[in-house]
Write a protein that binds this ligand. Structure first.
Ligand SMILES: [Ca+2]
Ligand SMILES: [Ca+2]
Length: 286
């Protein structure tokens, strides 16, 4: 039973500063994948910096939206003397922060390297050919359980081949959640209410996203703001209504909520009054 706002709610509201309740997750970059393939007779030596390798594979990148499996990732051709680059940017949500792993099934006759956030994490200076078999572990470039904090990250692969490129694949794994092809779709966490908070980070994963705050058919006309943590004002009002013991308790809860929103500069006094009038007129708790 909940007739008053809990401490968590107050914390969420307090996170809004001077009317700004934008959430960082929503502002973070969407996943991106770029592929570059150039003519190159380079052989990876094991000592180059990321910038050195990027200079070797300087070409026009191709943006990929599909999964980086053997049908799409440098899908095999008869070319010789080639350099390859895969650049993947993605955002780790707070609930997926922790160990991530990556594995590349390569055909790099002259070796190659994998970088996470610009740091070399795996490389080989000899011939690598995975033969489309993830069990050939000696032929893979693998990054095991690198700990990623919430926020933006990148995985990059550089490789070189002297002859007749074969098909390649790039996969990732979050904790022990199973391997998935690197793709925009797989790197985009579900967000069923489209408020910018991934479901697993969203304190209200199925938010009421009504444009204005409506209580029992009474439209207050007040914008239904999204608060830090992923709940809207309408969600918080629903929390007030859930299990309420009587109408007075509901009206009191709404008063506390709107007082706090006004104190934070999120709504005007007039808006607070409009919401409270709708609450008072409603049948909730009766
Ligand atoms: Ca959401
Ligand atoms: Ca939400």
């Amino acid at each position: 039973m909940k007739t008053t706002l809990n401490d968590l709610t107050w914390t969420r509201i307090a996170l809004c500063v001077a009317g700004t309740c934008l959430n960082l997750t929503a502002l973070a970059s969407a996943p991106s994948i770029q592929l570059t393939q150039v003519s190159s007779s380079y052989s990876y030596l094991g000592t180059e910096s990321r910038a050195d390798l990027a200079a070797v594979i300087a070409g026009s990148p191709v943006v990929s939206s599909g999964p980086l499996n053997e049908a799409t990732l440098f899908a095999g051709d008869a070319g010789v003397d080639e350099g390859y680059y895969v650049g993947t940017g993605f955002v780790v949500t707070s609930c997926e922060a922790g160990p991530w792993s990556f594995r590349l099934g390569p055909d790099f006759g002259r070796g190659g390297a994998v970088f996470v956030d610009g740091v070399k994490m795996a490389d080989a200076t000899h011939d690598l050919w995975w033969d489309l078999n993830w069990n050939l572990t000696s032929q893979l470039l693998t990054v095991d359980n690198v700990v990623l904090a919430a926020g933006p990250h990148s995985v990059e692969v550089f490789g070189f081949e002297g002859c007749c490129s074969g098909k390649m694949s790039l996969e990732f794994q979050v904790a022990d959640g199973g391997w998935q092809a690197v793709s925009i779709a797989n790197l985009t966490p579900p967000d069923q209410d489209h408020d910018g908070y991934a479901d697993c980070d969203d304190q209200c994963p199925n938010s009421n996203m009504s444009p204005t705050v409506v209580i029992g058919g009474c439209n207050s006309g007040v914008s239904n703001l999204l608060l830090p943590g992923g709940c809207t004002i309408a969600d918080e009002l629903a929390h007030c209504a859930a299990g309420v013991v009587n109408h007075g308790a509901f009206v009191s809860c709404v008063a506390q909520l709107t007082d706090a929103l006004k104190a934070q500069g999120l709504i005007t006094g007039a808006a607070k009054g409009a919401i409270q009038r709708c609450a008072a007129q409603s049948d909730i708790g009766k």
